[in-house]
Design a protein around this ligand. Structure first.
Ligand code: ADP
Ligand code: MG
Length: 276
């Protein structure tokens, strides 16, 4: 709550206008273990397979996205911490692997505190991304499991938010809290950010419970729920151990295919909005 009140304070108008090109999407849900990181990486690789230029940003101090590309966040020298706090140019922390990845390190845990006393603290990421947005078709941002200043930076920098929701332990209360944060961000910091889609993850179609969870999501969010269901399979846990996306780990498998379907939905959704 404290951070949201902070977000209410007026901001000096120092940020360059949003570039027309490049769609920036944050993956957010303050609950951990819902497949934010898994979805960021695999959607990114699926979009890259479609010929899109994709940048991913690891904004979680736990560095799971960074680890899932085979890097060790404990030994990384320069990371998103330096970009946000010391204004290091973003390109200096981009690792080129399956896709471009702006890396996290353990330092990032100190970023919220370091940013908290700075003017424009909620816009540090937006400012860092601005010169690079035109180089990418999509920028996908992985966020930590909280609605703190790092996640707020991601939401301020984004056009859309994808909310992964675990079909097993559906918490609609958590989604209401995320929606409240988003509407405060729209009022104060970024009028354009909206939920782009809600992604049912870890779906086990054999259980009534999982099917009911998706029904509840659809009753509450209608068309905002993606048609793609990400099924539960151990492939998603196996792939990062090899430092790979599931699309590279098992290209012909159904786990890879699910994120290819999601990529199509995301690309079509963007078109529909442009024509609207
Ligand atoms: N569809 C899925 N089925 C089974 N396990 C999954 C699935 N998606 C992700 N996982 C696993 O669940 C754990 C949490 O996923 P992760 O993407 O790290 O969540 P978050 O970033 O929201 O904390 C990881 O071990 C991941 O490999
Ligand atoms: Mg994560």
């Amino acid at each position: 709550m404290g951070l949201l009140q902070v977000a209410h304070q007026p901001e000096p108008d120092t940020v360059p206008q949003k570039a027309a090109m490049g769609s920036v999407i944050a993956f957010a849900n303050q609950k951990g273990g819902v497949a934010k990181t898994t979805s960021t990486l695999n959607l990114a690789v699926a979009l890259a397979e479609e010929g899109k230029r994709v940048l991913t940003v690891d904004l979680d101090p736990q560095g799971n996205l960074t680890m899932s590309q085979g890097l060790n966040p404990d030994t990384i020298e320069r990371s998103m911490y330096d970009v946000l706090v010391h204004r290091l140019p973003l390109e200096q922390v981009i690792h080129k692997g399956e896709i471009d990845l702006a890396v996290s390190s353990i330092d990032l845990a100190g970023a919220e505190l370091a940013l908290s006393s700075m003017i424009g603290r909620e816009r540090a990421l937006e400012r860092a991304l601005a010169p690079f947005k035109s180089q990418y078709d999509y920028v996908l941002i992985d966020t930590p499991p909280s609605l703190g200043l790092l996640t707020i930076n991601a939401l301020v920098a984004s056009d859309g938010v994808i909310v992964p929701v675990q079909c097993e332990y559906l918490s609609l209360r958590g989604l209401v809290q995320l929606e409240n944060t988003l509407s405060m961000i729209r009022e104060n910091l970024n009028p354009n950010v909206a939920i782009q889609g809600i992604l049912p993850t870890m779906f086990d179609g054999r259980t009534l419970h999982a099917r009911e969870a998706v029904e509840i999501l659809q009753e509450n969010f209608g068309d905002l729920v993606f048609k793609t269901r990400i099924r539960k399979t151990v492939r998603y846990a196996e792939a990062p151990v090899k430092g790979l996306s599931v699309l590279k780990y098992e290209p012909g498998g159904s786990a890879a295919q699910a994120y290819r379907e999601l990529a199509k939905e995301v690309m079509n959704g963007a078109q529909a909005r442009q024509h609207a």
